[in-house]
Unconditional design. Structure first.
Lengths: 597, 630
């Protein structure tokens, strides 16, 4: 479904390092005090070698001391080691604390920025993306990054630190044996990249299959009535089973890769252990090395292996975290198409607005023009109905008027001012769109109406209801304006949601009202009420209605007929209906026939 | 799907920064109040084991394989220490003492280390793959069972359960229920490993083993302390994640309203408030982790130091040899890390038990629809539908339909007209046996719907509901629903439903996939595909429940024309608001509050019933009185 230029940036093009750089750019907190954290991490990793070194010294100089075991030496070593462990434990505490604080702060910032940016994205992009996908970018994707940074990221730093510390210590003990260890691990390091790619691909398949499976599982629930009335239970179950099996197969495959790649580290470790003993003994004969050194090395190998395995595992998980991070960054990297001139912008006076379209052309990025050669003047206070077939471009006019989109060429002017140079604050105050579907938030009726003007008192809200004749309907609500509307307003009927949307518009008190007429049929009694409310709402304002019913056109001061992106007719209904062979006349004829009049 | 950062196998003495990351499940499964605070710890633990036992009974072989793998891994990790000890005493120290070594001894060292490493790798693969397969299989079994329930439970049950809840039952609850399977083999293996390690320690030196054993209770106490302080915060974080997701969902759903009223800043504040609370909770959880991790890491290290000190004294007194000291200190560090996997297992239990119970609620639901044995009449032409004294109530106090009777003769069209909540949709559900009546009966060609064999009704009756539901399938699949229908017939149905034009314009025509619930189509287009699905079956009774409400009036007119022109000889029952649709009917049934207020032709009703006239003329009345009516 995505058209060039409308889809969100998935960020797939940028590499891991670039992701990190962009990520830090959006969450500057991440680098705060990073050097101190790193220093603490280094101290903490040194803690890991204390015990093996102590064991080695104890065995070499305590147990096997010339002239028998030296108890006081062992005790001194033990006390020194205990003190060192206390120090490194404290460093580990301080480091973890800092890392949590900076990561969580940085990611909270990222989350909030990304959320805000979703609202600033072009309408088209918002509509193209699946809701769930957008939500996951500001919720679970950020959680994934957070989890990686505070657990994986920390461990990765510590692991790399430990590998380095272990290597340094090993080289100090015996560079020959250190070389043996590195040679044994070389195949693992060399194959790492290959496995990462395999794993990344395998988990990509898993992610895809989850989507398919969830969609299949939803069918018997969301489509319960259809499945039953068409008796397609078996077919539906077969589709679900297939999706479940495919998910299982993909997961198993990915798990197999993980298990196999993980087991490689163990084999390398065995190889290294054997190598150290054999080469160590051989070096011992040459007099280059002591028994204690060989034994310490056996410890050091495991000190080396632990972080290597940990690091390998983290790199695997990092694939997921990086994909998530990219998806969040992708939101922020997608440009918001509408630029708010801010406080520098013009402010419109509070009176019925006059509207002008000047040589407007609109095309979606990479697409053919949806509207062209649009020149239209609407004097203040006039009621205009825009009609045309589905796909004629009439809804685009509403979006340009309310600056949900900007024209590709030409300009839309309100009171003679280009909408692009009006501050958003002033524009949103002056122009209100009542969309087709009256979307409500899961809150009270009052809270939903107040969305139109945030500082309105309850009295003003009730007054607005009376002003458009909703007083008695409001009185019939179980808890008046404190009635809860439910999720998406679903406790109310479609018609009632429309009423609340009109009420909200009345409270907002716009100078230009843009209505995208609802197409779905509602209860006739409510239909009548909506009509009355609309009538009163339009009084004293300029209004542009995207009309799907010609009764609306009949009552408008002027009808604008749009056909294939152009204005083909303008004038009062009566006049246009008389123009034989015109677009409007044929629309009207079929409407009349359909109404059975 | 993310891989949670799973417990790592730990080679030897590496006692890294601890890893209790499972408290933060990947992908933030969002549910509110999942963890019952009232549930006592003991109750959860025993219930958690009970849930696991269900899985073990269901997949005993895979469980055995993964557990054996884990035990093998544990045993070999210990064996690694033994090999090292053996090599110290029999190879390294003698070699350095005497200055010579038998080549076969060196070979044995290599063989032992490599053999142990390879077997251990086999153990890892068996454990991890086994745990994965067991978990995925259990998920698949449960999801199949749950969706089968969804398909067989009656509509009434569906109506009583919110969609979101049912979807999460089949998805995240299943995932939560079987979550503990992932750390299970590791935990079982750890227990085995501890037993072996302790035995080894005792075999090496009794006193040193006693000293070393003090470390285990200390680690367990520290772990419990961590769980005690951290788990309330993790529960809190889960709740906040759920809230965060709810706000984001709602806010993005209402993006248009937010944009057009310029409320972006207020929405961001609403989201930021929760995001910042989540941040603070996470930071607090981080502090607790920061405090406990070093303690857990330091305990075994301190234990080793004590073992060394005591060990030296014992070597001096000749009570033991240096190899025993090395072995005991090595074993200590090996076991101290994996011991925490038991903590991870127990940490998964609360979520698991709640998830399992929610799934069981679905699986234990009863009320399957029963069917008779009668075949449906399949002759050509419309069916005769008789609705006889029908009564239906949602709950005992609230009657939705009361004593409704009417007949639709073969090939005739009946319109059901009434205000919102007058019972029209309920009636269509009864006519197509989505639900059964409490009183009275619906008869098709003289046979009570309840007498018909399973699948018979669907072969002659089609319902087109108000909200079109499309499958994540191709256009063809959505129209035929898997029946073997030639393309010509599919196109014919699409044409009658006025859907041929836009379907032909789709990139792959009939083979275009429509995506989840047909999101790529407009509401009107979805309704038309849904209508074509009914028409292609040439039903003898076609029930339209306001099925063209989202279609442009002009297109709707053409659909009605096609239905009227008689290419389909079905009996037709339509629920409608629009006058043009109503006027098409041979007879109108006017419903008021679940009762038949009047029956007759449109003109008759208009003439004699003011309430009816008021209802159907409301459009025009509204239009004429006030103009811009919608």
């Amino acid at each position: 479904m995505s058209t060039t230029g409308t889809a969100l940036d998935t960020g797939e093009q940028i590499g891991a390092i670039a992701t990190l750089r962009r990520g830090i750019h959006y969450s500057p907190e991440l680098t705060e005090g990073f050097r101190v954290t790193l220093l603490l991490a280094l101290i903490a990793s040194i803690g890991q070698v204390i015990v093996p070194v102590t064991v080695q010294r104890t065995v070499d100089h305590g147990l096997n001391a010339p002239g028998g075991p030296d108890v006081s030496y062992v005790v001194e070593m033990g006390i020194a080691a205990a003190l060192a462990i206390s120090l490194t434990s404290w460093a580990s505490y301080a480091m973890t604390r800092r890392l949590f604080a900076t990561s969580e702060r940085g990611l909270a910032t990222l989350r909030i920025k990304a959320f805000r940016h979703v609202h600033d994205l072009p309408l088209l992009t918002q509509n193209t993306e699946r809701r769930g996908a957008l939500v996951s970018r500001v919720t679970s994707d950020v959680d994934q990054v957070s989890q990686f940074l505070v657990f994986g990221g920390l461990l990765l730093i510590v692991s790399v630190g430990q590998v380095l510390v272990a290597t340094v210590v090993m080289v100090i003990y015996s560079w020959q044996l250190a070389l043996v260890v590195w040679v044994c691990f070389a195949p693992l390091f060399l194959s790492l990249r290959y496995f990462q790619q395999k794993l990344s691909a395998a988990y990509g398949v898993v992610r895809g299959q989850v989507g398919v499976m969830l969609s299949a599982i939803a069918e018997p629930v969301v489509g319960a009535a259809v499945v039953r009335s068409y008796a397609v239970e078996d077919r539906t179950q077969a589709r679900i089973d297939e999706a479940i099996d495919e998910y299982k197969a993909a997961s198993t495959r990915a798990q197999g890769f993980t298990a196999f790649s993980f087991s490689l580290g163990g084999v390398s470790a065995g190889l290294a252990n054997a190598g150290v003993i054999v080469v160590g003994v051989w070096l011992g004969f040459a007099g280059d090395i002591t028994a204690g050194t060989v034994l310490a090395f056996a410890y050091l190998v495991t000190l080396f292996v632990g972080p290597v395995q940990m690091g390998t595992q983290i790199l695997t998980d990092a694939q997921n975290a990086i994909v998530s991070w990219r998806r969040v960054i992708g939101i922020l990297d997608t440009p918001a198409d509408l630029v708010d001139p801010g406080p520098d912008g013009a402010t419109l006076p509070h009176r019925a607005a006059d509207v002008c379209f000047r040589h407007v052309l609109f095309a979606y990025p990479g697409g053919p023009p949806v509207l062209r050669d649009i020149d239209l003047e609407i004097p203040a206070g006039r009621r205009v109905a825009v009609v045309g077939e589905t796909g004629s471009g009439k809804s685009t006019i509403a979006k340009l008027l309310t600056r949900l989109m900007d024209p590709t060429e030409g300009a839309v002017l309100l009171d003679g001012v280009d909408v692009r140079s009006i501050s958003q604050q002033s524009l949103r105050r002056s122009v209100v769109l009542v969309p087709q579907e009256g979307f409500l938030f899961d809150d009270t009726v009052a809270a939903n109406v107040r969305y139109g003007r945030l500082d309105a008192t309850d009295e003003e809200i009730v007054a607005a209801a009376d002003a458009i004749g909703l007083g008695d309907w409001l009185a019939g609500l179980p808890r008046g304006i404190a009635t809860q509307v439910g999720q998406r307003g679903e406790s109310l009927s479609a018609g009632e949601r429309q009423l609340v949307a009109l009420w909200r518009a009345q409270l907002a008190d716009p100078d230009l009202l843009v209505l995208d007429e609802a197409t779905s049929a509602v209860d006739p009694a409510l239909e009548m009420r909506i009509g009355q409310a609309l009538e009163r709402l339009m009084t004293g304002r300029t209004s542009v209605t995207i009309a799907h019913r010609l009764t609306t056109a009949e009552r408008a001061d002027e009808v604008v007929v749009v056909d294939r992106g152009r204005i083909v007719q303008r004038g009062p209904h009566a006049e246009l209906a008389q123009q034989d062979g015109s677009v409007y006349a044929s629309l009207y004829a079929s409407w009349v026939a359909q109404q059975g009049r | 799907m993310s891989t949670p950062l799973v417990p790592m196998s730990v080679n030897g003495r590496w006692v890294g920064i601890a890893w209790a990351g499972r408290g933060f499940p990947a992908g933030a499964r969002v549910r509110r109040g999942v963890v019952s605070e009232r549930r006592s710890r003991r109750g959860t633990t025993s219930d958690g084991f009970r849930v696991l036992w269900v899985a073990i009974k269901r997949e005993p072989w895979i469980f055995a394989v993964s557990t054996l793998g884990s035990v093998l891994f544990g045993a070999l990790t210990v064996a690694d220490a033994w090999v090292l000890g053996w090599a110290t005493d029999h190879v390294v120290l003698p070699a350095f003492d005497t200055g010579e070594i038998a080549p076969e001894l060196l070979l044995a060292v290599v063989a032992l280390f490599l053999g142990v490493a390879i077997l251990r790798a086999v153990g890892i693969v068996a454990r991890r793959l086994g745990a994965g397969v067991m978990q995925y299989r259990m998920q698949a079994h449960t999801r199949r069972a749950v969706t089968r329930q969804y398909l067989s439970l009656p509509m009434e049950w569906h109506q009583r359960h919110p969609t979101g809840q049912l979807l999460s039952n089949a998805n995240s609850d299943v995932e939560a229920a079987w979550g503990p399977i992932a750390p299970l083999p590791m935990a079982v293996g750890t227990v085995a490993m501890m037993v072996i390690a302790i035995a080894q320690m005792f075999a090496a030196d009794l006193v040193l083993a006693m000293v070393g054993l003090l470390v285990f209770p200390a680690v367990v106490v520290a772990n419990l302390g961590y769980q005690h302080y951290a788990s309330p915060l993790m529960t809190k974080a889960q709740q906040l994640r759920a809230e965060l997701s709810e706000v984001a969902h709602e806010s993005f759903d209402g993006a248009m309203v937010v944009k057009t009223l310029g409320r972006e800043a207020e929405e961001t504040d609403r989201f930021a408030e929760i995001a910042l609370r989540l941040r603070d909770v996470n930071i607090r959880a981080g502090r607790i982790r920061a405090a406990f991790d070093p303690i857990l890491a330091a305990l075994p290290s301190l234990g080793v130091l004590v073992v060394l000190a005591v060990g030296v004294a014992r070597v001096v007194s000749g009570a033991t040899d240096p190899g025993a000291v090395v072995t005991v200190s090595y074993l200590l560090t090996i076991v101290s890390f994996p011991i925490r996997s038991i903590g991870w297992l127990l940490g998964e239990f609360p979520r698991s038990v709640v998830g399992y119970e929610r799934v069981q609620h679905v699986l234990e639901a009863t009320g399957e629809m029963t069917y008779g044995a009668e075949p449906a009449t399949r002759s050509a032409g419309g069916a005769r539908l008789e609705v006889r004294h029908l009564g239906y109530r949602y709950d005992p106090e609230q009657s939705l339909l009361d004593d409704v009777s009417f007949t639709a003769e073969p090939g005739r069209t009946v319109a059901l007209v009434g205000a919102t909540a007058s019972g029209k949709s309920t009636l269509t559900g009864l006519m197509t046996r989505l639900v059964d009546p409490d009183e009275g009966a619906v008869l098709l060609d003289g046979t009570d719907l309840r007498e018909l064999a399973q699948g018979e009704l669907a072969s002659v009756v089609s319902l087109v509901p108000q909200t079109a539901f499309l499958f994540d399938d191709t256009v063809r699949g959505n129209v035929t629903l898997g029946a073997d229908v030639p393309d010509g017939a599919v196109w014919e149905a699409l044409r009658a439903a006025q859907a041929d034009g836009f379907v032909a314009a789709l990139p792959h025509g009939l083979d275009t996939r429509l995506g989840e619930r047909g999101t790529s189509l407009s509401g009107g287009q979805r309704q038309r595909i849904s209508l074509a699905r009914a028409l292609v079956r040439r039903p003898r009774l076609l029930v339209l429940d306001d099925a063209t409400s989202a279609v442009d009036p002009e297109v709707e007119a053409r659909i009605l024309e096609a239905l009227r022109s008689g290419a389909q000889e079905s009996t037709l029952v339509v629920v409608a608001y629009r006058k043009a649709t109503i006027a098409l009917a041979d007879e109108v049934v006017h419903l008021e509050d679940g009762r038949v207020a009047d029956r007759g032709t449109h003109d008759e009703l208009l003439a004699r019933s003011p309430a009816y006239a008021h209802l159907v003329n409301a459009y025009e009345v509204a239009a004429e009185l006030v103009g811009e009516a919608e």
